[in-house]
Write a protein that binds this ligand. Structure first.
Ligand code: DON
Length: 581
């Protein structure tokens, strides 16, 4: 960054941080008039069983807000809106105004709803925008800074959710405004995350941000975000126009101009959420409802469960080598299809019906060998790739007293997205452009490769792995499931479903059990550190290459018990927490 900007950045950050740290006691507030949520003192609740309604999300305050809204008379959609907006304040790494997501719902009147508010490539984007003059990928460009950002979809998604809600946006957004304006205390994990990204915030911002202060963040510090509060107030007053037009849009476009980004006023004004048709399929007498393209999640889940259904996984048992090998091989084959066939169906003819057809899946399974690994290069061609770990997408599972279920996964993509905060508006921009295939065979930050189906084109949505999922049993609500984790999302959801349906685990056991992941390329099995060494040895003897890695997923699940109670669990891998009544 230019020296002048660097100094003014530090000085203004200093002023801002004094304001943050010297948060006057009188400004401290409980959240929302009729609630008693204390943002300066809260605890994580990892699992609980509620009578009527519940929320599981990545942050205790966001879950509490969602539950309080339902207690005030809101339904699951009201809670979905309020929880997402609260997460945009208290979980800056992934909760967002500057990103996008998918909402999947089943109302108590059995209506299925899939809202797609995935970011779009700006109109000035083009296929080769991240290549140098020799045609080589300049990988950093799609990952960090202004050019990495797609046109944000979250507020359009909230706008598209409102017709299903009972309370006005004015009320649903107020907790988020309070949290931004009067602050909340940071957990240790959040303080560390902010400290880890400090250098990137300094590098990719031309204006001061509330996320940087002269000294390191520590647990218990109060984070106040006045600019974000003002943006939320504009949305409160003018709805989606308070984001896509007027002052907020001006801030975004000015930010783009400072950082050589390409999002324009027209891109913002033209952004619309899309209504999709959910994918519905069966697995062992359960109805699974998944998200269609531009998510790869629903198709992958249908493919993997389709390949596995004919095997008695229950008989083999949890983390029995036979069961694990089957799951790995199903993952390998499905992910090979992801790379070749999946992208935004508005731009590319994704052969969804073929991919989930039992005859097709049988064909894919023909070279399965129960004694050894099937090398990925015999499934289809591709290039070896790298794989980085990031946690920063986030999932919310909700059920209300009537039995309406809402499953939302939302993201900035990487941790704090592009690391660029919109100057004056206080929210981070996504780096979702990296989810496109920037060049055939070049891996994105999750090691995923792709080709024509997921090539960049103006106004196209980048392929996603986000897999918000719902499950019915006897046509009654049974599970609300989802997780962050980049390409590991569909495998985490798959293993959570299998843990519950095949291995009879509780919601908490299912999400907290160690997980493993294969994504065709690179041809390795990633395992969480607590996967049993004996299982690893067995797999290695069959020819699998094993790579230990950090956490896989941060899954949030609600399971409806036989008499209607809501067993609700939040992943132990993060600050995730449940709330309900
Ligand atoms: O849409 C996707 O597939 C990715 N942008 C999700 C990123 C993610 O889950 C990051 N968290 N681990």
């Amino acid at each position: 960054m230019h020296q002048f900007f660097r100094y003014s950045f530090i000085i203004i950050s200093l002023v801002l941080s004094i304001q943050v740290v010297a948060q006057p006691e009188k400004n401290k507030r409980l959240i929302c008039a009729t609630c008693t949520i204390n943002p300066y003192k809260y605890v994580q609740v990892k699992s609980d069983t509620f009578q009527k309604a519940s929320v599981s999300s990545a942050h205790p305050l966001a879950s509490l807000v969602g539950a309080a809204i339902m207690k005030q008379g809101g339904n699951a959609f009201d809670a979905a809106i309020a929880t997402q907006l609260a997460l945009a304040v208290v979980y800056s790494g992934a909760g967002n105004l500057g990103g996008g997501g998918f909402l999947l719902a089943r109302t108590h009147q059995q209506q299925l709803i899939a809202l797609d508010y995935r970011e779009k490539a700006p109109a000035r984007a083009h296929r080769d925008m991240y290549l140098d003059k020799d045609g080589n990928a300049i990988e950093q460009l799609s990952k960090l800074g202004h050019l990495a950002a797609g046109v944000p979809g979250t507020i359009a998604g909230i706008d598209a959710t409102l017709p299903y809600a009972k309370l006005p946006l004015k009320i649903l957004i107020q907790p988020a405004i309070d949290l931004a304006k009067y602050g909340f205390v940071l957990t240790e994990r959040e303080a560390n995350n902010l400290n880890d990204s400090r250098a990137a915030f300094e590098q990719y911002n031309t204006q001061p941000t509330a996320f940087v202060k002269p000294t390191s963040w520590k647990a218990g510090d109060t984070l106040v975000q006045p600019e974000l509060a003002a943006t939320l107030e504009r949305i409160q007053r003018w709805g989606a126009k308070g984001f896509y037009e007027g002052t907020t849009a001006d801030f975004i476009v000015a930010e783009m101009q400072r950082g050589k980004g390409i999002i324009t006023h027209n891109d913002l004004k033209n952004y619309k959420a899309a209504v999709r048709t959910p994918l519905v399929f069966n697995y062992r007498n359960h109805t699974i409802i998944g998200f269609p393209p531009p998510s790869s999640g629903g198709i992958l889940t249908a493919q993997m469960l389709g390949m596995l259904e004919r095997y008695p996984l229950r008989k083999y048992g949890f983390h029995n080598v036979k069961a694990v090998q089957l799951i790995i091989e199903a993952e390998r084959r499905a992910y090979a299809d992801r790379a070749e066939h999946m992208g935004d169906a508005d731009f590319y003819p994704v052969p969804t019906q073929m991919l989930i057809d039992p005859r097709y899946l049988q064909q894919r399974w023909r070279n399965y060998d129960s004694t050894k690994a099937t090398p990925s290069n015999t499934i289809s061609a591709g290039k070896q790739s790298t794989f980085t770990v990031s946690e920063e997408t986030t999932h919310i599972s909700i059920i209300d007293a009537d039995g309406t279920m809402v499953s939302i996964t939302t993201t900035l993509n990487g941790n704090y997205g592009s690391k660029t905060v919109v100057g004056g508006a206080g929210f981070l921009l996504n780096n979702e452009m990296d989810d496109f295939s920037v060049k055939p065979g070049v891996a994105n930050m999750y090691g995923a490769v792709g080709g024509v189906a997921n090539a960049i084109a103006p106004n196209k949505r980048m392929l996603s792995s986000m897999t918000p999922t719902l499950v019915l049993k006897d046509n009654q609500p049974y599970l609300v499931v989802g997780t962050p984790g980049g390409t590991t999302i569909p495998t985490s959801v798959l293993q959570t479903l299998i843990n519950i349906i095949d291995f009879d685990m509780s919601a908490a056991e299912a999400i907290n059990a160690p997980k493993f992941h294969h994504q065709w390329l690179p041809d390795v099995v990633y395992v969480e550190k607590n996967v049993a060494p004996s299982l690893i040895e067995h797999l290695q003897a069959m020819g699998y290459s094993i790579t230990p890695r950090g956490n896989i997923g941060r899954t949030e699940v609600i399971r409806v018990l036989p008499y209607g109670k809501r067993e609700t669990a939040a992943d132990i891998r993060g600050d995730d927490s449940v709330a309900g009544f």
